[in-house]
Each structure stands twice: as C-alpha cells, then as structure tokens.
Design a protein. Structure first.
Length: 377
C-alpha cells in the first residue's frame, strides 16, 4: 500500500493534488487542520493535512462473495501491520492514526466504496455507521442533507445542522415522550439485566411527584428474591402499595385490589428472552386485563444492534406500545434510537441514565435524539 501525506490551504486543492498523484482510487485515511510555522510563532496560517493511500489490490464488494471480501480485508490488515514496522520515527503520529483504518475496514462491508460521498459528507456518513445506524437509514439522511446544502458544501458546521434537522424530520411521526395514562396497567417487560425494576421506580416517582397520580406496584418477578426486595424498598421509600403475585390467582387479586388507582406498574420476570414460555406467560397476564393494559419493552443501549433486533423479534408477539432505552450513560452508540422505532413503527417513552430516582429519566424529543447521533467533532 502506497501512503503519502499532503498539505494545502484548502480541501479542494489537496484533493486535486491527491487525484493527480494517486489517481481516482486513492483512499483518504485521515484529515486534520494544522497551522504552518510562522516567523517567531507569528503569522501562522491554517492548512489542511490529508493522509491518503493507494492499495494496488483494492477491496471489492460482492453480495455473493463475502468470503472473498473477508480475505481481501485480511490482506489489507496484514499490509497495515507490515507497514507498522517500516514507518520511521518522524511518522509516528501518522502511524497511530492509521490504526483507525482497521476500524474503517469493518465498515466497508456496509458501504459500496469508502468514498461513496464527497468529503466531508463521507465523514458524517461513516460516523452514522459507527453509531450503528442502519445503512439504509444513514444513506437516506446523508443524501437528504446533500440535496439541501449542495454536494460542493464543505462547511461541516452547516452539514451538522442540516443532518440534525433531517433526523428530526425522519422521526417526526414517532411517538416520543412519557406514558399517556390511557391505560391503568402498564407492564414493563424485557430481558434480564436491562434495569426494569429501577426504571419502574423512576416512572412511579415521576407520576406521583410531577403528575399527581396514585400509583401501585405489582411484581411477578418471583424468580429473584433480590428483585422483590428491591421493588419493596422503592415502594417503602415512595409510600406506594405493592403486591407480589406468585400465581395467576394472586395476580388477579392484585388487579382487583388496585382497580381504583391511576397507574399500576407491573414488574415482570427478567428471564432469558429466548425462552418462548416467557412470552406465553406474559400473554396470560395481559388477557386478564383486557383493554386496560399496555406493554412497554425495555432495551439497553449497551447491547449490540443485532441482539436488540432479536429481542424485539422475540417480544413482537405481544402488543408492545412503546420502548424504554436504558443505560444511555454507559455507551456512546445511539443508532438503536433510530433503527428499532423506524423499522418497527414504535415510539419511545423514556431514555434512562444512572441510578438516581426519579432524576435519571428523560422523556426524549426529536431534537435530543438528533444531538446524540450527530457528533460535534
């Protein structure tokens, strides 16, 4: 792989030099703004520094040859590793940045070419993919921004603003923010470890303190004694009545006991979501309530995008009303905030972060989601 560093007063001039030197198949590895040395540190001018490369055996993508693609990617990775041993000391900063190329190779399976869009649109496109935004959604967003600002635009700040607007427009029909209180019984369901019990406490505290609602708890999570104790502790702190349902008969008695309350939050067992019996048990509970109940699925933003799709697929037999995304503070990848709602036409009630009750509970807006997805850098 032939690599070279170029400098110039503007990106178009640098790109022209790269195309002249390396040809149209050149790959942009890194770009940054630098300041040239001036007399006694004065009169320093801003320049654009670009690291470009030309692979004599470029990677090609084929829907029917994923094995060949993986071999080509492995070959490029080996080439990079080989180059690590020959780059001299004066190029160590570039060497460090080249390691980022390995990350970019992973993305090439999801792109037609690395430079599918003009710079700097391609940087925003890759950033969306790194956020785990679905390729079709990312493509739609970038192409909309290019149409709005023009393909020749190089103002990253303007592109950032337009991309946020495009995201907000894309999710404008998605139901965002809170629960409506149209249903008395709200089942909080989801796999184990996503933070359902703490989320229930946050919703209860908000409903009582902000909306002046009478709230009660029912827990069917009798598989874990710790879960019962945790919810009982929250109930005691918030002065909320709680019933533990070990059987369907217990659950029916609890429903009757809390029939005059504004909101009854049901904490369900956090078993392995792949067990079909888990979903069947939930269906039995819902049938007891008829039209007075709704189901909210809790998902963790720290989970892999594919796992979240699998979880939603497993629970889709239930009439899921909305989603709650937890652990926002434990990740920097927010693509699922777009993917699952858009692909399944389902809303987001809350996003949670941290353990504070009820402070770490956010009713999301389209503006907030767009700001999470578009990097300021």
């Amino acid at each position: 792989m032939k690599m070279k560093k170029y400098k110039g007063p503007s990106m178009p001039e640098v790109m022209q030099e790269i195309r002249k030197d390396l040809g149209k198949d050149a790959i942009i590895l890194n770009t940054k703004e630098i300041k040239s040395k001036g007399f006694l540190g004065l009169m320093r001018k801003k320049q654009i520094e670009v690291v470009a490369a030309l692979d004599p055996e470029p990677i090609t993508q084929s829907d029917n040859s994923s094995k060949t693609s993986q071999q080509s990617q492995h070959k490029m990775t080996q080439a990079l590793d080989h180059n690590e041993t020959v780059i001299d000391a004066t190029e160590q900063s570039i060497h460090k940045e080249l390691l980022e190329l390995k990350k970019m190779i992973h993305l090439q399976n999801r792109q037609h070419t690395v430079n599918e869009y003009p710079m700097p649109f391609n940087l925003f496109y890759q950033d969306l993919l790194e956020q785990d935004v679905e390729e079709d959604i990312a493509t739609k967003l970038i192409e909309q921004v290019m149409e709005n600002v023009g393909k020749e635009c190089e103002a990253t700040e303007q592109i950032s603003i337009e991309l946020k607007k495009a995201i907000q427009i894309l999710i404008q029909d998605i139901n965002l923010g809170g629960i409506s209180y149209h249903h008395k019984f709200v089942h909080i369901v989801g796999p184990t470890g996503v933070g359902k019990t703490t989320t229930i406490a946050k919703i209860a505290a908000k409903s009582m303190l902000n909306d002046d609602k009478r709230v009660a708890f029912i827990t069917t999570d009798t598989y874990r004694i710790a879960a019962i104790d945790q919810l009982k502790t929250y109930a005691k702190i918030l002065d909320i009545p709680i019933e533990v349902a070990y059987t369907l008969a217990d659950y029916e008695r609890a429903l009757n006991k809390f029939s005059d309350y504004d909101l009854v939050l049901v904490d369900t067992a956090g078993r392995n979501y792949r067990e079909s019996q888990y979903v069947k048990d939930l269906q039995e509970l819902i049938q007891l309530e008829g039209d007075s109940s709704e189901i909210v699925l809790v998902l963790s933003l720290t989970a892999k995008s594919k796992d979240l799709k699998d979880i939603y697929h497993q629970f889709r037999a239930l009439p899921i009303k909305n989603l709650i995304f937890t652990k926002m503070d434990e990740t920097s990848t927010y693509g699922s905030l777009l993917n699952i709602p858009l692909l399944n036409h389902i809303g987001i009630s809350y996003i949670t972060m941290g353990q504070d009750v009820p402070d770490d509970l956010i009713e999301p807006s389209a503006k907030q989601i767009s700001e999470l997805l578009v990097s300021e850098n």
